[in-house]
Design a protein around this ligand. Sequence first.
Ligand SMILES: Nc1ncnc2c1ncn2[C@@H]1O[C@H](COP(=O)(O)OP(=O)(O)OP(=O)(O)O)[C@@H](O)[C@H]1O
Ligand SMILES: [Mg+2]
Length: 334
Amino acid sequence: MAAPVPAAQEESALLAVRDLCVNFRHDRQDIPVVENVSFEIRRGEILGLVGESGCGKSVTSMSLLRLLASPPAQIASGEALFDGVDLLAVSERRLRELRGDRIGVIFQEPMTSLNPLYTVGYQLVETLRLHRKMNRLDALTVVVDMLRQVGITAPDRRLNQYPHELSGGIRQRVMIAMALLCGPDLLVADEPTTALDVTIQAQILDLLRDMNERLGAGILMITHDLGVVAETCQRVVVMYAGRVVEQAPVKALFDRPRHPYTQGLLSSIPRLDSPREPLPTIPGTVPPPGQRPKGCYFAGRCPRATERCREQTPELAPDAADPEHSFACWNPSS
Ligand SMILES: Nc1ncnc2c1ncn2[C@@H]1O[C@H](COP(=O)(O)OP(=O)(O)OP(=O)(O)O)[C@@H](O)[C@H]1O
Ligand SMILES: [Mg+2]
């Protein structure tokens, strides 16, 4: 069950995701992958979405944009209100108009948004012509400038190349350029910099922060890297095995994580003051969809688990002293 959200917050949300449930159909069975996920991105904020590999971050974000192949994926319930429009209910045509214009998307895999049949220049210019009704020459100027901004040197040379002729890093940057081209109100960025080297990574994060500050774009930043979260995000949603387990402003989450899973994630970040000490990791692995236990899905790995945790599912609920900080745990740390 989704935690209730105060009406005032809901009004100001750029994107409000409510009670999203996504199943995958496998051997004529519906296996829940994403379960009752709720969060919101406020106007002008960067929201981090974190969690170990396989916990459902990409399935969540791809579902919001209806980009998962169906079957096998099936959105079982939920809504995703973008500026009041439910992305899960609008026509495919309206959704396509929004994607690439008011909503930009950066995927883990660049070829999800690049068309292998067209040159880089053609795809970028056409995106602008379609959504911004620009003439070809003006569009070309904007495209070249954007390619430069994402760290591509000699952008003129890239225009005539096809995606497969580019290295992985350049392809990733072309996709980022494509996502930012129309100055979107919302950017969904799934591991936008993981595949890039450190210098380019920093450059791209700067660009995203700048877009957020200058244009007030809201960003959903999906990442493994809690360092990226600390540097760029205002609030964080932590997912575990398809569910949201904790949600808080960045400072509160780092200073006082309440869910043992979040604590485990935080204690496995390298520290500047003791970089040589071996890092503790959370023992065990995320239970895959279809093999999730009863009760709290983290109980099997949790140092604080009790019988109740193995029996009953804890609901996400705000802390009595801080309504901005929610967690789903029977034995949160104080
Ligand atoms: N097309 C699919 N069919 C069946 N199961 C899938 C499909 N796509 C994803 N899954 C499963 O859904 C679960 C969530 O996957 P997802 O890709 O959302 O994880 P993630 O949090 O994005 O992980 P990562 O950090 O590795 O990107 C995983 O168990 C994955 O195996
Ligand atoms: Mg992913």
